[in-house]
Design a protein around this ligand. Structure first.
Ligand SMILES: [Zn+2]
Length: 364
């Protein structure tokens, strides 16, 4: 199996186009055509993780945080980033980063945290806009089912828990083929009037190529009239953070203990309790402070995230309890999430979860 097959699989789950503008997800070192000897899953790819990959005979490291983030102008080994990259290249190890694109998908980093905490009825806290497109095409009546089916199979027509979503309306299409044309209906230089279905489906923008080629393949016409529109709608499947409910509410102090036990953290920095039971909880792996007002307006009692600074804690303002559980701690189960995905579809692949504790923060 080639590295490319695994990275393509991961990019189906977390398309690169879903990463934030500042990010650098994707293949950072290595040749996508190389055969995979084994996969090592890590949160951070540092020198110790490269050493672990060498000892475990894995030539593909899949890490959440991209080791190359702000660009590299020199590779002389003067810092840990350069040394890690040099060590990877010298040992023919591919590094693949799956970062904010995995944060932003529904079944990504935050879903893993939500599952650990036991949240139900989860929703994306801040869905992204401009991620959906609409395709409109015109199909002769007898072929409309076939064309619609092909577009659905290519990934169109999914809205939340609903699949096969479309809208069709009957109308009359006209066309006049010239002499060079090879029309499916009618003859050269005759004006035709045909009963057609106007068919509309939505799809995630990154699937545009496959949806259009599926439509064209199934469509009987030589020239397929179609429109593509970018929708400003939110895509509820893509975005930052997650909010959900606990199966049963619990006192705030009990909920902190619940987080400690389930997220395996030794220390939680939190704002004052509000003196009420916790039912609704917002989560964001990594630095999630930018989501605070969304967590409050979603009605969350608690906001679990990390990387809070002193003054930012004041923003809780007795409207919510902020619980900073640490960046590493919040995302540590991302390795397990990736293992679950890969184990499901690559039965023969050697998958290792890194045993290196890459957390740069220690507690005394
Ligand atoms: Zn992170």
């Amino acid at each position: 199996m080639k590295i490319r097959e695994i990275t393509q699989y991961l990019e189906n789950i977390a398309p690169l186009s879903y990463q934030e503008s500042y990010d650098n997800a994707g293949l950072l070192t290595g040749n996508p055509q190389d055969e995979v000897t084994g996969v090592l899953l890590a949160l951070d790819c540092i020198e110790a993780v490269i050493a672990e990959a060498i000892s475990k005979k894995c030539n593909l490291i899949i890490a959440h945080h991209p080791i190359i983030f702000g660009g590299l102008k020199k590779l002389t080994g003067r810092n840990y980033v350069e040394r890690t990259v040099i060590k990877a290249i010298k040992n023919d190890i591919a590094i693949y980063a799956i970062h904010t694109n995995l944060d932003n998908v529904f079944n990504g980093v935050n879903a893993k945290i939500a599952t650990k905490i036991g949240l139900e009825n989860t929703k994306i806290l801040l869905p992204k806009r401009n991620q959906l497109k609409k395709l409109t095409t015109f199909v002769p009546l007898p072929d409309s089912e076939k064309v619609l089916d092909a577009m659905m199979k290519a990934g169109a027509g999914n809205i939340g828990n609903y699949s096969n979503c479309s809208f069709s309306i009957m109308g009359e299409g006209t066309f006049q083929p010239n002499r060079k044309a090879n029309p499916y209906i009618g003859a050269s230089e005759n004006l035709e009037k045909v009963q057609e279905m106007r068919v509309e489906v939505i799809f995630p923008a990154h699937l545009e190529g496959s949806v259009i080629s599926a439509m064209k393949k199934a469509h009987p016409y030589e020239e397929v009239a179609h429109y593509i529109h970018l929708l400003e709608n939110e895509n509820q499947e893509v975005g930052s953070g997650m909010v959900g409910n606990l199966p049963a509410s619990m006192p705030e102090i009990d909920f902190l203990a619940h987080i400690k036990a389930n997220m395996e953290v030794s220390c939680i920095r939190h704002t004052s309790f509000l003196g009420k039971n916790v039912k609704k909880v917002a989560v964001c792996g990594g630095a999630g402070g930018f989501l605070l007002r969304h967590a409050i307006s979603a009605g969350a009692d608690f906001f679990i995230t990390s990387d809070y600074k002193y003054h930012e804690f004041f923003d809780a303002d007795r409207q919510i309890v902020i619980a900073d559980i640490g960046h590493y701690e919040s995302e540590q189960f991302t390795k397990n999430l990736l293992a679950e995905y890969l184990e499901k579809d690559f039965k023969t692949l050697k998958i290792n979860i890194s045993e290196v504790n890459t957390n740069p923060v220690n507690y005394f």
